[in-house]
Design a binder for this molecule. Structure first.
Ligand code: G3H
Ligand code: 13P
Ligand code: ZN
Length: 309
């Protein structure tokens, strides 16, 4: 099966009351861990690549790795550009064979966001590529750009119909209190489900995307803490909130930090327990397995997209 765009998988997720996992990838072991979990769980899958990942690994390498995964798995897999911040970057990803792109022009004015997003849609749709856009701004760090809590902004539901109608976008990322990275909440975790409900009411049958949706699981925080790391105060989105969102209009849930933590926890533990080992395969194999087990857990217990092929 060739790479697919996200149209059909997100519509099915909407109808089925579950979400598809969009996992950020940067290297071979991450891709292998994620894909082997999806194979075992019979789950649709979005592998997403940020601009930072493109710079780190070279898009040609990542594309080849993802294509190998597609061949091996026979699963519907979409290759998605995460947080494309310019029209040119989206075009370059589409020309490289990505089947889905995010144009994140949410830092611009409403009118400018519409103009740039519309332009990306006009390039993408004739090439059978789906487009995600964003309204509202998440706090946290993306591609080295830090958005402070004060500069973050919840999505205004009164803007969503006009935005979707004028841009022709296929899915919409909204800001309801999640943020990127591992320090998401100072106090109790809280998401604005009222905003999500109102957006869903105004956009019937339209897939919503949740960024910054890692849960920062305590088992990985503890392993990292106990093996020389420092993640004091790390806090993520509780899994029950994500399950609730997945049953509502949220059809794509973005996960990066949890993968990083599962990978790093396994490496830290391995190296502490085996101080004389230095063959990267020795510590990358458990890291890959750790990612696989995390993704299986997400698919089954958080996203609900197991056996949805
Ligand atoms: O939303 C941001 C993703 O976690 C990607 O992070 O820009 O460090 O690759 P990155
Ligand atoms: P996390 O940092 O919560 O994993 O968010 C990832 C994300 O939104 C990628 O676009
Ligand atoms: Zn994001």
């Amino acid at each position: 099966m060739p790479l697919v765009n996200t149209k059909e998988m997100l519509m099915k997720a909407y109808a089925g009351g579950y979400a598809v996992g969009a996992f950020n990838v940067n290297n071979m072991e991450m891709i292998q861990g994620i894909v082997s979990a999806a194979i075992e769980e019979r789950a649709p899958l979005i592998l997403q690549v940020s601009n930072g990942a493109r710079k780190y690994a070279n898009p040609i390498y990542l594309k080849a790795l993802v294509e190998s995964a597609v061949k091996e798995s026979n699963l519907p897999i979409a290759l998605h550009l995460d947080h494309g911040d310019t029209y040119e970057l989206c075009v370059s990803a589409i020309d490289d064979g990505f089947t889905s792109v995010m144009i994140d022009a949410s830092h611009h004015s409403f009118e400018e966001n519409i103009r740039i997003t519309r332009k990306v849609v006009e390039y993408a749709h004739p090439r059978n590529v789906t487009v995600e856009a964003e309204l509202g701004r998440l706090a946290g760090i993306e591609d080295g750009i830090y958005v402070s809590e004060n500069d973050s902004a919840f999505t205004d539901p009164s803007q969503v119909e006009e935005f979707v109608e004028r841009t022709g976008v296929d899915s919409l990322a909204i800001a309801i209190g999640t943020s990127h990275g591992v320090y998401k909440f100072k106090g109790e975790p809280k998401l604005r489900f009222d905003i999500l409900e109102e957006v869903a009411r105004r956009l019937p049958n339209f897939p919503i995307v949740l960024h910054g949706a890692s849960s920062v699981l305590s088992e990985y925080v503890d392993i990292i803490q106990n093996n020389g790391g420092d993640l004091v105060g790390a806090k993520g989105v509780p899994e029950e909130m994500l399950r609730k969102a997945a049953k509502m209009a949220v059809c794509k849930i973005n996960i990066d930090s949890d993968l990083r933590m599962a990978f790093t926890a396994a490496i830290r533990k391995y190296l502490m327990e085996n101080p004389s080992h230095f063959d990267p395969r020795q510590y990358l194999a458990p890291a890959r397995e750790s990612v696989k087990q995390l993704v299986k857990h997400k698919i089954r217990n958080v996203l609900g997209c197991n056996n949805k092929i």
